[in-house]
Design a protein around this ligand. Structure first.
Ligand code: UDX
Length: 443
């Protein structure tokens, strides 16, 4: 089409790889730039840094079309007019705030290649105030370049779909004609979603940055809220799954993100709520977000509660007991083990002497790479054979669909702890299992 643009994507990790491949699918020409040579080599062979449905296919289509390439050379940005900043903003080592080192380095690398009329678009999750600071840096070198902040809300496992057909598009732009021009250019990039009626919110930098932080804080709060209710269910004999169903029918509340259990992990929610709180404290507004400390504490306490349940199921003597852990990824549909609640529980049980064996349909390679001291089993049968206790910690469909009758034949003791409230307790009990969970007081 006439309206196809040449884009650079700086930072080709999870977000950047998805963004680059998706922009090519929208008809644009993209160069992906990253300092990590191994990553660039892999992407050039259509190998994504993390498993994500459709991503390998989009990469290979893009590379085949000649409209997508990857390089470690920042000078490649010179041929593009729009530059997406997609680098990671991890938690600072030993702190709570976001580490902006990679973001600042990406801007430093880009600056010599900016031309008048170029638009730099930030997508990384950043502390509010970052966009204004980066705009000043950019314009001190190229006064005729502009900056927009365009946060992403993608979920792992749905990242391509979330990029191509998002729930909403948010632009933070400066006031006046420059901001209108930046928003128009972004509308051209996302022309397909815009034409499909996706709501576009064009606003100031701070609101755009806050939208991302607030969305993650809200989602984390929703999960910790239902997990707090799970504790009340345990104290009273209630059932948190039925409670969540009943609450979820209220359209003002909704059923999503009311999945009680082991709580949230992953590369985003935990670090993002901590960084948000740290930034609020810097701004003198820490008291307003103090509740996020509680949200974090409730969430981390889930892991301790699951360990307690497991120890109790071992009669308080875990040493040498064979425990099969089903799931290592932080959520199903992903091979990501960053801040995985499942792995933390497995680690803690192994550290008190239990004979823990972990299995997972996708994440085992990463477990072996990063935690060589933990035992893994490639198949479910191998993991549960002879187990005295089974922990379901990541609700992969293949685990949720297990047949309790058949499974009973291969275990030594039919005891299961459902860390994700993903199984039907009545069905498992009817098959002779001792079924336990968090928030199903009856159990
Ligand atoms: C999240 C946000 O959803 C996304 O918008 C943002 O861009 C990045 O962070 P993601 O980390 O991929 O995405 O995972 P998500 O599906 O949100 O799940 C996060 C964690 O919460 C997982 O560990 C999941 O198991 C847990 N979770 C989710 C629950 O414990 N209960 C729920 O009801 C939902």
């Amino acid at each position: 089409a006439d309206d196809d643009l040449v884009l650079s994507v700086i930072g080709c990790g999870y977000l950047g790889a998805v963004h680059a491949a998706s922009m090519v699918a929208l008809g644009h020409t993209v160069v992906g730039i990253d300092v990590d040579r191994a990553k660039i080599t892999g992407l050039g062979r259509a190998r994504p840094p993390l498993y994500e449905p459709r991503l390998a296919e989009l990469l290979s289509d893009g590379l085949g079309s000649g409209r997508l390439r990857f390089t470690t050379d920042p000078a490649a940005a010179h041929g593009a007019t729009v530059h997406f900043l997609c680098v990671g903003t991890p938690q600072q080592p030993g702190g709570a705030a976001a580490d902006l080192r990679h973001l600042d380095a990406a801007v430093t690398a880009l600056l010599p290649y900016l031309k008048p009329g170029d638009l730099v678009v930030g997508k990384s999750t950043v502390p509010v105030g970052t966009a204004a600071r980066l705009r000043a840096r950019i314009r001190s070198v190229e006064p005729a370049a502009e900056l927009a902040w365009n946060p992403e809300f993608l979920r792992e496992g749905h990242a391509v779909a979330d990029t191509l057909a998002p729930d909403r598009i948010v632009y933070g732009v400066p006031g006046g004609p420059a901001g209108i021009a930046a928003a128009d250019l972004l509308n051209r990039i996302y022309a397909k979603a815009v034409a499909d009626g996706t709501p576009v919110i064009s606003t100031d930098y701070a609101t755009a940055e806050l939208t991302k932080a607030a969305a993650n804080a809200f989602l984390a709060t929703k999960i910790s809220f239902i997990n707090a209710m799970a504790d009340l269910c345990d104290a009273t004999g209630g059932d948190v799954v039925r409670l969540a169903d009943a609450l979820g029918h209220d359209r003002r509340i909704g059923r999503q993100f009311l999945g009680a259990g082991l709580g949230f992990g992953g590369g985003c929610l935990p670090k993002d709520i901590r960084a948000f709180l740290a930034r609020a404290e810097e701004l003198g507004a820490g008291a307003s977000l103090a509740f996020l400390r509680e949200v974090d504490a409730i969430n981390l306490h889930r892991r301790a509660r699951l360990v307690e349940l497991a120890l109790a199921a071992c009669g308080g003597a875990p040493a040498g007991k064979r425990i099969a852990v089903l799931g290592a990824a932080f959520k199903p549909g992903s091979d990501d083990i960053r801040d995985s609640p499942a792995l933390e529980v497995a680690e803690r049980l192994a550290s008190v002497g239990a004979d823990v064996v972990i299995t997972d349909p996708r994440a085992l390679d990463r477990v072996v790479e990063t935690r060589p001291h933990l035992a893994v089993a490639c198949t479910l049968d191998e993991a549960i054979g002879g187990a005295e206790l089974i922990l379901l910690l990541t609700e992969w469909p293949e685990y949720v669909e297990l047949d309790p009758v058949a499974l009973r034949e291969v275990v030594d003791r039919a005891v299961i702890i459902d860390g994700r409230n993903a199984l039907d307790p009545a069905r498992w009990r009817a098959a002779g299992w001792s079924y336990r969970a968090l928030g199903r007081g009856g159990s």
